[in-house]
Design a protein around this ligand. Structure first.
Ligand code: SF4
Ligand code: SF4
Length: 114
């Protein structure tokens, strides 16, 4: 579950919403607002941290939270960059993640392979 803001699309199905206000009460990001029409409305979707509380607690299954398309494209782009970085023929610095892993025990103890 992502905790970054703005990566989710929040939808309320007005025909199902009965305006109980539970989603607004549970949402930690102030995404919802109850209005005079007796329904909940998404007013600050960009603040959503995709915690899923609203979907989980809506008694009428009227809320849907889904990853935005842009977040998937961004992930694909990151994967592409990692593949390029891991390719020695690319001649690029693999970055700090490549240095994290099991330590070379022989070097740790002052022994090196002949
Ligand atoms: S919890 Fe569901 S039914 Fe209640 S106000 Fe929110 S969307 Fe509407
Ligand atoms: S998933 Fe629902 S409860 Fe959680 S921050 Fe987003 S809108 Fe609010």
């Amino acid at each position: 579950m992502s905790k970054k803001k703005g990566l989710a699309k929040v939808t309320i199905y007005p025909d199902w919403c009965k305006g109980c206000g539970i989603c607004a009460a549970f949402c930690p990001a102030g995404v919802f607002e109850l209005r005079a029409d007796g329904k909940s409305h998404v007013v600050r979707e960009e603040e959503c941290v995709n915690c899923g509380f609203c979907e989980l607690h809506c008694p009428d299954f009227a809320v849907s939270v889904t990853p935005k398309e842009i977040s998937r494209r961004k992930t694909d782009a990151c994967v592409d960059l990692r593949v390029e970085a891991a390719d020695p023929s690319a001649g690029t610095d693999p970055g700090p993640e490549e240095n994290v892993g099991t330590p070379n025990r022989e070097e740790d103890h002052g022994h090196k392979k002949a």
